[in-house]
Design a protein around this ligand. Structure first.
Ligand code: ADP
Ligand code: ASP
Ligand code: MG
Length: 465
């Protein structure tokens, strides 16, 4: 069976019997042969990790295990599923934790085995709930549907042949039975369990959707779509009705948790649109078509001056200064060689004649060692806790008056800007600031660009500039 649409449901969407009833309504209403991808029941991945860490230090972890069981059993009972559908996985979990506790060792490989239990149980619960509604459904572990990765436990990369093996597996599926697949997890070539990184079920959805060339990859979550600002900073921000792949990639990368950053790239390359929808916001009985709801991400969205913003907190900043940099070819190459060798990735960079500032995603030993090496040929100042505010909008490319307006608003609100960078595509501007000011800046920019408009209306009309 080749699915026509992928529907991915996050942890909150499958987090309680009430939420799951909603998921069942959305899935059974979809007539385009859905393939459903699910995350673990809300909170379960964190609990599994906590239990595993406690087991490693031989601390009691019964509380975590009991809480996991409580969340799952509430669903088992509400849909009359019978505990046996998850009993085997529960036993597997208890054996794994026993092993960790005996050996006092938790390797990334074992950790992946432990956390995989969350998605594997969830897929069985969701399949059971869909069947309970009278629609045939079947749970699949992602590896049985061909998803294979390298062996980097905790942040595995899909193998190139994965798309072919997914297509072959999908072609063997029975027509008329809805496949419910585990997100987040896969197998390595050796057949060991791997995971795609926290929040990785979105990425799984993209991998299945692209392999099957579906009409649309739907990411169903607990907010009504991608919003113009972080809902924890701005109250009730507007939902972005449509945006370009590149804009969504920048926002996801710089902290809008709603989409896993690796979701967009495969979809963009394959030209498969992604739609972000609210499980609790779309009314399954409302005849409004899905095509008019949530946020549509594709390559056709009309440009807006500012599309949206995101904050990425707790980033490391390095300021590297050297007079030797002046007209010295190779200085930057030397800096980046040190960072690359230590596998430290750089997110935002700004350079002048004699200094370079950058934000990094690394902490700990490798960073300390890199700084020691850099100090051999430059002055290095390290600031551990800064925030990145990312503003995206294809319109930024065209109109420098918008940049002027942004900086005026920041100045009016006394926001200290430490680093400014505009990527080569110039659809985003990234500012590094001190933690409390990121929220101040986001709120002020939101007021200036979007307040007073009807949700989803075109901000350019109120821009003035
Ligand atoms: P799921 O469990 O469905 O994968 P996540 O918690 O990973 O959901 O992502 C959804 C959350 O992302 C929202 O609850 C919201 O708090 C957060 N978020 C941050 N920035 C944005 C944004 N710009 N638009 C929408 N949600 C955002
Ligand atoms: N359950 C995993 C996590 O919490 C994957 C996901 O939700 O996408 O990170
Ligand atoms: Mg998520």
């Amino acid at each position: 069976m080749r699915p026509g649409v992928v529907m991915k449901f996050g942890g909150t969407s499958v987090g309680s019997p009430q939420a799951l009833a909603r998921v069942v309504a959305h899935v059974t209403r979809e007539t385009r042969r859905p393939l459903v991808v699910v995350s673990a029941v809300g909170g379960v991945t964190d609990l599994l990790l906590e239990a595993a860490c406690r087991a490693r230090s031989a601390e009691a972890h019964d509380e975590q295990v009991a809480e996991i069981a409580r969340r799952h059993h509430a669903i088992v009972e509400a849909f009359d599923l019978g505990r046996e559908i998850i009993a085997e996985l529960e036993q597997e979990l208890s054996r794994l934790l026993q092993g960790v506790s005996m050996l006092r060792e938790l390797t990334p490989r074992i950790q992946d085995m432990v956390v995989s239990i969350g998605e594997r149980i969830s897929a069985r619960l969701v399949a059971g709930a869909v069947e309970h509604s009278g629609q045939p459904a079947r749970a699949h572990d992602a590896w049985d549907l061909g998803l294979c990765t390298d062996e980097q436990h905790g942040r595995a990369e899909p193998l190139e042949r994965s798309a072919d093996s997914i297509r072959e597996a999908l072609d063997r599926l029975e027509q008329g039975t809805i496949p419910i697949v585990t997100g987040f997890i896969a197998h390595s070539a050796k057949g060991e369990i791997t995971t795609l990184g926290r929040g990785g079920s979105d990425f799984s959805a993209a991998l299945f959707g692209v392999a099957a060339q579906v009409e649309e990859i739907q990411i169903w979550t607990d907010v009504p779509g991608i919003m113009r600002a972080d809902p924890k900073v701005v109250q009730g921000p507007q939902v972005i009705p449509a945006m370009h792949f590149d804009e969504a990639a920048e926002l996801a990368f710089f902290g809008a948790r709603v989409l896993h950053p690796r979701t967009v790239e495969p979809a963009r390359r394959a030209g498969v649109p992604v739609r972000v929808l609210g499980t609790f916001h779309v009314d399954p009985t409302d005849p409004t078509p899905i095509s008019r709801q949530g946020t549509l991400i594709d390559d056709r969205a009309a440009a807006e001056p500012v599309r949206g913003m995101a904050i990425h907190r707790g980033v490391q900043t390095l300021h590297i200064h050297s007079l030797g940099m002046l007209e010295a070819p190779g200085f930057l190459a030397r800096v980046f060689e040190v960072l690359a060798r230590r596998r430290i990735s750089v997110d935002v960079v700004a350079t002048s004649e004699v200094s370079v500032s950058m934000t990094l995603d690394s902490n700990g030993e490798q960073l300390d060692a890199a700084i020691a090496e850099l100090r051999a040929f430059a002055e290095v100042q390290q600031v551990p806790d800064r925030s990145i505010l990312c503003i995206v909008g294809a319109g930024l490319r065209k109109d420098s008056a918008i940049l002027a307006r942004i900086f005026q608003i920041l100045a009016d609100n006394h926001v200290p800007v430490r680093v400014i960078s505009q990527g080569a595509s110039r659809i985003n501007i990234t500012l590094v600031t001190d933690p409390p000011f990121a929220s101040t800046a986001m709120a002020a920019l939101y007021r200036a660009f979007f307040r007073g408009q009807a949700p989803g209306s075109n901000p350019s009309e109120s821009m003035g500039a």
